[in-house]
Design a protein around this ligand. Structure first.
Ligand code: ADP
Length: 253
């Protein structure tokens, strides 16, 4: 028996090592692209090859944007590794869900209005859940900014929540929150993979919307840490809904 456990441990360690080296390879690849752009455009400017002011400006803008992208990428990578190593324990407090969503909408309103996307918050006032407020904010920020990014002009984004009856066996009450959009949707074949790090359905679109490909993987980890579940339903051309189920109190979870 002891031997068996040992063999399983070795397999598990191998699996983790493979995952880690894949992650390092992915990270290097993701960092190389913006760095190459920064270097390339800076070199051209330095060589004095650019004559007109307008081209010069557009090159500088690219350098600035790629720098910004590197910054977000590194921020997300650090965040993910912090969450995964469980170095930062969650700090639970009662969070009023509706208020949390409202505060995010305040930040997202300018982006949504620019695309004439209507955002609505139908979360009942009385819903409080025990959660790490900053982490929960991160979860909804990632999902809502995706919803807005991947929805075309004139679309809609809404958040709803209700208490779910968890049946007889579980004593703990849970809330089910849905974040839905009328956006471009996700093809069926991609659905099982979207929570993987760096997985994007459309690299070019994700890039132009400023995505790092890490958002959903951060969301999934944070939901897991809160003893919750996340699921997604989507239809191409019609829209996407993410469902999150979270325990209302953590002591029972
Ligand atoms: P990204 O930074 O690229 O948005 P995420 O991890 O947040 O990375 O999402 C992974 C991929 O899942 C995205 O690149 C996109 O293809 C798809 N996706 C996520 N949310 C939505 C949504 N609401 N509608 C359509 N596609 C989505």
């Amino acid at each position: 028996r002891g031997m068996l456990f040992l063999l399983q441990d070795v397999t598990e360690i191998r699996r983790l090592e493979t995952m880690r080296s894949q992650f390092v390879a992915n990270v290097s690849h993701e960092l190389k692209t913006p760095i190459a752009a920064v270097k390339g455009f800076a070199e051209t400017l330095l060589s004095g090859g650019v004559e007109d002011k307008e081209t010069e400006r557009s090159f500088l803008q690219i350098i600035y944007d790629e720098g910004d992208r590197l910054n977000r990428l590194i921020g997300d990578i650090l965040e993910l590794s912090k969450i995964e190593s469980k170095l930062v324990p969650l700090e639970y407090s009662p969070v009023q869900l509706k208020e949390l969503i409202d505060s995010l909408y305040e930040v997202l309103l300018p982006v949504a209005s620019r695309k004439s996307i209507m955002i609505s918050n139908n979360v009942p006032e009385h819903l409080f859940i025990e959660a790490d407020e900053d982490r929960l904010r991160q979860v909804f920020m990632n999902l809502l900014s995706n919803a807005i990014s991947y929805t075309l002009e004139g679309g809609r984004v809404k958040v709803e929540a209700e208490i779910v009856d968890s049946g007889e066996e579980q004593e703990d009450e849970r809330v089910r929150i849905s974040i839905s959009d009328t956006g471009i949707g996700i093809p069926k074949k991609d659905l099982p993979r979207i929570f993987e790090r760096f997985y994007r359905v459309d690299k070019a679109r994700s890039r132009s919307s400023g995505g790092t490909g890490l958002g959903l993987s951060i969301v999934k980890h944070l939901v897991d840490l809160h003893h919750g579940m996340i699921a997604v339903e989507s239809r191409v051309g019609e829209g996407t809904t993410f469902f999150i189920e979270l325990p209302i109190t953590q002591n029972l979870a």
